[in-house]
Ligand binder design. Structure first.
Ligand code: C2E
Ligand code: MG
Ligand code: MG
Length: 703
């Protein structure tokens, strides 16, 4: 006897429940059955309900028969589902059967229901159409997996989590990736480790062993040497698999060939960090290296020096020779620079004709030596299109931590130093000092105060007498600017003139000095002392054509004889731009004023240039004159030969910085014409001058 029917009904209304129960009874079955009607919430219970048949009402918006069928087919016993409805269209029946319904029976058609129940009970449980035979499926899937593993664009492997990482399985992509067959690779347990790029080997093996120890993931990008000895970049992602004892047993992973990606990255890096023309590191890379050198220096307490060198008058050279020659020159300079330093990685092309050199562990002295060697290397002419091109360069040095602690600040200070070196006429190496730097907060404040002092007419002129060594007479005075500062005391011109030179204030300052000097000269003239006065004119003013007009204006305003005015310009200012200097100085002599070359001897003015300049006087720099008292005798020789040189060129020679009688006597013995110095008189306010003259052994010259 067959088991009693245990039916479950999924109904759409209480009326449907009683109709189904009546239909079941009419078929000779127990009309009591489990009813589900509350929609999705009931699905869990329905899927577990014990039953031999399920009757599902159609239409049922809460629990559609298709949904019920799907749910029950997931069960191992998968009870048959008979759909009951007031009526069915043909299409509905077809689609319900396709969805897995055993049969569709109209409500009240108990004969059909009885046969449907009978056939449903005698039919074997319908296998899920999506579930083929499990063993066959497993075999098929294994084949698919293997095929997939061997076709994907990645190498897969399994290896022992031991010292050698000897390989148990490696997929055949290995051949295309490295030129090695899987057989070769499997035959040698140490193959992987031995083919690691020497630069990567240690860190990759360390990471591998760490991952095995921690049983964590192993992810690494490294280089492998292929069969030809070429380099292939691998990204290796492995997972450490534990053995029965819980320890690391295998590593299972995959490898992607990332060579192309690495090459692209490298070329992007080269574009970002290297200069295309010279192949030297560029400013960005220099900045990165600088900041790591500065961090290291903070830890070690050792200095770091930064040199910036710029080719003098490079623009003019390029304008004359053309852009292509300019590039050739830059390339050659880059080569020389790298050769001189011996390590191209320490050198960078910062922009145009500017290069940087980073010297870890170098102080200012060492950096200055290196700067000197670079300048020497640049002295050799460069052959461009078989033409020898002579160039010179200027080098600026800044040293951390003395001049700055941050990279950007150090760069800025080295830049300020190179500008200062350029201002000296080029061909020199200058170590940074605060006066070079307009951005130095102290200098910014000082400049503001200077501006206010100029406006308030707080600046003074002191005058230092100049004497004739042959005639023992006073032949003139030099006007020297003084800034009495309420907090700083008397600020020396060496502090504020370089600052004013970098701004538009210099012209104003020069005009102010010229005006004061001309007024003073006029005053002395009226008092019966027609003393010639010398005025210092800075490099910036010299290269400003307006200086000629400014001088003429001052003389005219105060009605001073131009012959009473001498203009002093430094040798370095002349060298900064020879042609412009010749032009301006000729303009000045054209107005009748005399020109004197100041601080002579510390630059390298050529004889040719000296001849070209319309100068009448040469002032030997005080450092040599003061050095005459030393024992070496070298300075004495320089003063003597400079004196001779001046005389040979027909110039009056002045020795400044005479601090003692002995030097004065020696200068007289050399035949030096004029002298100036603390031993004779210190610079003094104009009001003190008459008293000094009255007391002095030096008499007024007949003017
Ligand atoms: P300089 O034109 O070479 O002036 C001579 C400097 O040497 C002065 O320094 C003077 O005080 C100093 N001196 C003179 N005799 C001796 C001596 O026996 N021993 C020593 N140790 N020093 C002596 P000061 O006044 O500090 O001026 C420095 C420089 O500032 C000047 O050098 C000049 O280049 C510049 N300067 C001064 N006044 C002006 C100015 O009105 N305009 C411009 N553009 N520059 C000025
Ligand atoms: Mg002077
Ligand atoms: Mg001087």
């Amino acid at each position: 006897m067959s088991k009693p029917l245990r039916a479950v009904a999924v109904i759409d209304s209480p009326g449907a429940a009683s109709a189904i129960a009546a239909d079941l009874e009419a078929c000779g079955h127990d009309g009591r059955c489990l009813m589900f009607a509350s929609g999705e919430d009931d699905l869990g219970r329905l899927s577990r309900a014990s039953c031999t048949i399920v009757l599902a009402c159609q239409p049922n918006p809460a629990l559609k028969p298709e949904r019920v069928i799907e749910l029950l087919r997931a069960r191992d016993d998968a009870p048959p589902v008979v759909v009951s409805a007031e009526s069915f269209s043909d299409d509905e029946m077809v689609s319900l059967v396709k969805a897995g319904a055993h049969d569709c029976v109209r409500r009240g058609d108990t004969r059909r229901l009885a046969s449907a129940i009978q056939s449903a009970r005698s039919a074997p449980p319908s296998p899920s159409p999506a579930t083929p035979d499990a063993t066959a499926l497993t075999a098929e899937l294994t084949d698919h997996h293997r095929a997939l593993i061997e076709e994907i664009p990645a190498l897969t492997y399994v290896c022992w989590a031991d010292e050698t990482r000897s390989v148990i399985y490696v997929s055949p992509q290995l051949l295309a990736m490295t030129g090695y067959s899987t057989r070769e690779w499997l035959a040698d347990p140490g193959m992987w480790a031995s083919r690691l790029h020497p630069e990567d080997r240690n860190h990759v093996l360390r990471r591998y062993h760490d991952a095995c120890k921690a049983r964590s993931r192993f992810v690494s990008e490294y280089r492998i040497l292929d069969h030809q000895g070429g380099t292939v970049w691998w990204r290796d992602e492995g997972r450490v698999m534990p053995g029965p004892d819980g320890g690391a047993r295998f590593v299972r992973g995959f490898v992607l060939d990332i060579t192309e990606q690495k090459l692209a990255e490298e070329s992007v890096r080269r574009m970002r960090f290297f200069d295309q023309l010279t192949n030297l590191p560029n400013r960005s890379l220099m900045q990165l290296r600088l900041s790591s050198a500065l961090s290291a220096s903070q830890e070690s307490g050792r200095p770091v020096a930064l040199l910036i060198l710029a080719v003098d008058r490079f623009r003019d050279t390029v304008n004359t020779l053309g852009h292509q020659c300019g590039e050739e020159i830059v390339r050659e300079l880059a080569r020389r620079l790298a050769d001189t330093i011996g390590d191209a990685e320490r050198v960078a092309r910062l922009r145009g004709d500017e290069f940087g050199v980073l010297l870890p562990d170098a102080d200012a002295e060492l950096a200055r030596n290196v700067g000197g060697r670079i300048l020497k290397a640049f002295e050799r002419p460069i052959m461009v299109e078989r033409l020898p091109i002579e160039l010179s360069a200027s080098v600026g040095v800044a040293v951390a931590p003395d001049h700055a602690k941050e990279g950007e600040d150090l760069l800025r200070r080295a830049d300020a130093a190179v500008q200062a070196a350029r201002g000296l006429g080029g061909g020199t190496c200058t170590v940074y000092s605060a006066e070079h730097d307009l951005h130095d907060p102290e200098n910014v404040a000082l400049l503001g105060e200077l501006r206010r002092a100029v406006e308030a007419d707080d600046l003074l002129l002191h005058y230092q007498p100049k004497v004739d060594l042959h005639k023992k007479t006073i032949v003139g005075v030099e006007a020297l600017l003084r800034w009495p500062h309420s907090k700083r005391g008397m600020v020396p011109p060496g502090t504020f003139i370089p600052l004013a030179e970098k701004t538009g204030l210099m012209r104003e300052l020069t005009r102010l000095v010229l005006d004061k000097v001309a007024r003073q000269a006029r005053g002395w003239q009226k008092d019966g002392w027609p003393l010639p006065v010398a005025v210092n004119v800075s490099a910036r003013s010299l290269h400003d054509r307006l200086i000629v007009d400014d001088v003429a204006d001052a003389l005219r305003t105060h009605d001073v004889d131009p012959a009473r005015l001498q203009i002093e310009i430094t040798e370095s200012a002349v060298m900064a731009d020879e042609n412009r200097a010749v032009e301006t100085l000729s303009g000045l002599t054209g107005k009748g004023v005399g020109i004197s070359i100041d601080d002579f001897g510390i630059g390298y003015t050529s004889l040719r240039l000296l001849r070209r300049l319309p100068v009448s006087e040469l002032k030997i720099d005080r450092s040599f004159v003061m050095g005459m008292a030393g024992e070496a005798g070298e300075d004495t020789a320089i003063v003597r030969s400079t004196n001779d040189l001046g005389h040979n060129l027909g110039l009056t020679v002045v020795a400044e910085g005479v601090e003692n009688e002995w030097t004065l006597d020696l200068l007289s013995a050399f035949g030096c014409d004029l002298a100036q110095g603390f031993h004779i008189a210190r610079p003094m306010p104009p009001a003190e001058l008459p008293g000094w003259i009255a007391r002095s052994d030096w008499k007024m010259a007949e003017c």
